[in-house]
Design a protein around this ligand. Structure first.
Ligand SMILES: Nc1nc2c(ncn2[C@@H]2O[C@H](COP(=O)(O)OP(=O)(O)OP(=O)(O)O)[C@@H](O)[C@H]2O)c(=O)[nH]1
Ligand SMILES: [Mg+2]
Length: 212
């Protein structure tokens, strides 16, 4: 079974994407497998709506554990299986809360065990910062793109199916952020998506299916 890990900075839309993408792939009843950073595990069934309402919100570090969903789909005569895992968002520096630090460490560990990495970036935030900074075409302003992002790109790129998802493309100026990101990461595949309205899900599905 291929393990797909959704990683990125906090609040970029990882959880909303996981829930809506699973729904797009046909899952109605979401059976989450949770794994806390102290190793405690659990399961919970939720509808898509309930998952959106309880697991995703505008607060930073809403997710502080691994949250996985099994996805099964037909391929020829067989059924293929994927494990889609949502993670704790990453942030710069040393977070003041030990629980968040531990949960971020859990994300980093999970990265080494993943087969495919979906690296989510907030194209809206990038678009805003590009507008203010007006720098070189291939550069990204330090306010939204730091060593942390570069390290995630370098690590992710060592995985066969590494792809960057430029999320929140539905918001004003996000296309500008996406364009600058694609120029900066010209060696990588960058897919513009909206976890909110489903833009780009078909392309993500094609990519994921190729990897499965
Ligand atoms: N407009 C818009 N808002 C989005 C999109 N994706 C997520 N959001 C919003 O962004 C906020 C953060 O979404 P989450 O899914 O909780 O983000 P996350 O990356 O899981 O955040 P943490 O778990 O806190 O690190 C929520 O208010 C979402 O509704 C999108 O594609 N478009
Ligand atoms: Mg989350």
């Amino acid at each position: 079974m291929k393990k797909l890990l959704v990683i990125g900075r906090t609040n970029v839309g990882k959880t909303l994407f996981c829930v809506r993408f699973a729904s797009y792939l046909g899952l109605k009843d979401l059976r989450f497998i949770f794994e806390d950073s102290d190793g405690k595990t659990g399961q919970q069934h939720m509808s898509v709506r309930e998952a959106e309402r309880t697991l995703s919100d505008p607060l930073a570090h809403r997710t502080q554990r691994l949250q996985s969903l099994h996805i099964e789909f037909p391929r020829g005569k067989d059924n293929r299986q994927l494990l889609l895992t949502d993670t704790t968002g990453l942030s710069d520096g040393i977070h003041p809360e030990p629980k968040v630090r531990q949960a971020m460490a859990q994300t980093l560990l999970a990265m080494s065990a993943a087969s495919v990495i979906l690296h989510m970036v907030d194209a809206y935030e990038l678009g805003k910062s590009v507008m203010v900074a007006q720098g070189e075409a291939s550069s990204l302003p330090h306010s939204t793109w730091t060593d942390l992002d570069e390290q995630v790109v370098s690590f992710g790129a060592s995985h066969e199916g590494y792809v960057v998802l430029a999320n929140k493309i539905d918001l004003p100026g996000a296309r500008r952020g996406y364009k600058r990101l694609s120029e900066r990461l010209s060696k990588h595949k960058v897919i513009p998506i909206s976890a909110l309205d489903g833009t780009g899900f078909r392309e993500v599905k094609q990519h994921v299916w190729r990897m499965a």
